[in-house]
Design a protein around this ligand. Structure first.
Ligand SMILES: Cc1cc2nc3c(=O)[nH]c(=O)nc-3n(C[C@H](O)[C@H](O)[C@H](O)COP(=O)(O)OP(=O)(O)OC[C@H]3O[C@@H](n4cnc5c(N)ncnc54)[C@H](O)[C@@H]3O)c2cc1C
Length: 469
């Protein structure tokens, strides 16, 4: 007889596995299905996304720091790196993380199926198991958490050697001498930061008129300035439309805003221009689940699809492709299955994080978006060049910018570029969730010396009351 579950989750990324943990905690009989070879759990985030990239970024950061040791009065002779060693460090972190997810499944009594899941209809999921057998699971609820894959770009087909995507570039055997990165979002800028610091000559290309185009315009400008200072070449307003392989690598070209043809040659091209939901072979035709023209699953604010008992979370949705958002959606769905009262996710409070060098992080409205929305806006800004702790760290590029509105002084957005930006953002998220005013945030005592004081100073700046500027 088929196994009976309360909830079957398809996909073990940060959406699926977090949903499984909470389901276990709430006493729901839960199964998770993952197609990844050897039942490696963790999804894109754990295996090919957040975790491995941040390990490489950390190694790159330490290597760069070691190169700057003289600034701190320290000496390192014969500094070099061992690329296979860097790759091993990254792979070890990934393996430990994935093992941690496996442990969490066990701890929360979640049944793990290693195989490809197909929905046969509401309440019925078939698993083509890794050992070739098939099993059908009966369930009251199904959660689609099948995530996303790299979106192929016509004319820029990857071969895993000279033309690579974000999956390939994580596994390189050698650091390329030169690298063109197509796309300046989080993935593009992070890999530019990794490989530049390990010695590649990097050119970052963006179609729009500024890099990290979803961030506040001043953040884009500051990042471009910092990249230029470091030696990363940036081309904005450039629409690449041609690629050809050469003896030594690859040549790409396109027209810039002035109509000039720009040609770039490198040993390697990284195509970093987007991902698409992965719904292949999932059996949605056996359900009433609706998929939009863009290929995303249509849900309401409670992540319910058009088919009762089938939910969707994470990268299959049209919202931001972020691990923490996928996880929160997983919790939202499982808690409603368990009969708890839940609130829809507040998308204006989803933190954005880019771990390039310097880091970029933001929450809420940019200055331009706040004005567009009709707010009368006040800005507070504090540069890390005026922070004692940033000087101690030797990382003074960047700033904290706070966008508040005049009438009630409510903080509408916080934008940080600089040291530990992705960590500093947490207090902005808490503050904005509690509808803080700039005056309140500016009155919270912060430990000294910390880079977090810059958040307080920026909040004080909204009322022209920064202390250290
Ligand atoms: C290079 C890179 C860096 C990133 N860095 C960050 C970051 O720093 N911070 C951040 O927040 N986000 C980051 N992201 C985005 C983040 O990885 C995703 O938003 C997140 O993984 C989405 O989670 P998910 O659970 O929706 O799906 P995924 O993590 O994609 O997991 C889906 C899982 O479902 C499995 N699956 C699919 N179909 C089936 C099936 N039919 N049967 C069985 N299993 C199936 C897949 O094998 C996969 O393991 C990064 C992404 C990339 C590519």
């Amino acid at each position: 007889m088929a196994e009976q579950f309360d909830v079957v989750i398809i996909g073990s990324g940060p959406g699926g596995y977090v949903a499984a943990v909470r389901a276990g905690q709430l006493g729901l009989k839960t199964a998770i299905i993952e197609k990844e070879k050897d039942a490696r759990l963790g999804g894109t985030c754990g295996l090919r996304g957040c975790i491995p990239t941040k390990a490489l970024l950390n190694a790159a950061h330490l290597y760069q720091k070691a190169g700057e040791f003289e600034h701190f009065g320290l000496k390192v002779d014969g500094l070099s790196y061992d690329w296979p060693g860097v790759q091993k460090y990254k792979s070890d972190v990934v393996a430990k993380n994935s093992a941690g997810v496996t442990y969490l499944m066990k701890k929360n009594k979640v049944a793990v199926y290693n195989g490809f899941a197909k929905i046969l209809g509401p309440g019925k999921v078939e698993v083509a198991l890794a050992d070739g057998k098939k099993e059908t699971l009966q369930t009251k609820n199904i959660i689609i958490a099948t995530g996303s894959v790299v979106r192929p770009i016509p004319g820029f087909e990857t071969d895993g050697k000279t033309v690579v995507n974000s999956d390939h570039i994580l596994e390189l055997q050698n650091v390329p001498k030169s690298l063109v990165v197509m796309g300046s979002g989080a993935v593009g800028t992070e890999f530019a930061s990794v490989y530049h610091r390990f010695g590649s000559e990097v050119t970052l290309v963006e179609l729009l008129d500024r890099i990290v185009p979803l961030e506040d315009a001043e953040v884009s400008k500051e990042l471009q300035r910092a990249f230029k200072k470091q030696g990363i070449h940036v081309e904005t307003d450039l629409k690449l439309d041609k690629m050809e392989k050469t003896k030594s690598g690859v040549k790409v070209s396109g027209k810039n805003a002035k109509g000039e043809t720009i040609t770039l040659e490198a040993e390697m091209l990284l195509v970093a221009v987007g991902r698409m939901p992965y719904l292949e072979g999932l059996g949605l035709e056996n359900t009433k689940v609706k998929v939009s023209q863009r290929g995303t699953v249509e849900v309401n604010e409670f992540c319910q699809t058009a088919e009762p008992g089938i939910f969707a979370i994470g990268d299959v949705l049209p919202t931001a492709q972020l691990a923490h958002l996928a996880s929160d959606e997983g919790i939202l769905v499982v808690e409603q299955i368990a009969g708890k009262k839940v609130e829809p996710i507040k998308h204006n409070l989803v933190p954005n994080c880019t771990y390039c060098d310097p880091e970029v992080a933001s929450v809420g409205l940019t200055e331009a978006k706040a004005k567009e929305a009709g707010y009368d806006v006040k800005i507070g800004k504090f540069p890390f060049s005026a922070s004692g702790k940033a000087r101690i760290l030797g990382e003074t590029d960047g700033f904290v910018k706070i966008v508040a509105e005049k009438k009630y002084d409510e903080v509408l957005g916080v934008h940080i570029i600089g040291p530990h930006a992705t960590e500093l953002l947490a207090e902005a998220c808490v503050g904005m969730a509690l509808e803080t005013t700039a005056a309140e945030l500016g009155r919270i005592m912060h430990a000294h010396p910390t880079v977090s004081e810059s958040v307080r100073e920026a909040a004080e700046g909204v009322h022209d009351q920064t202390i250290h500027m």
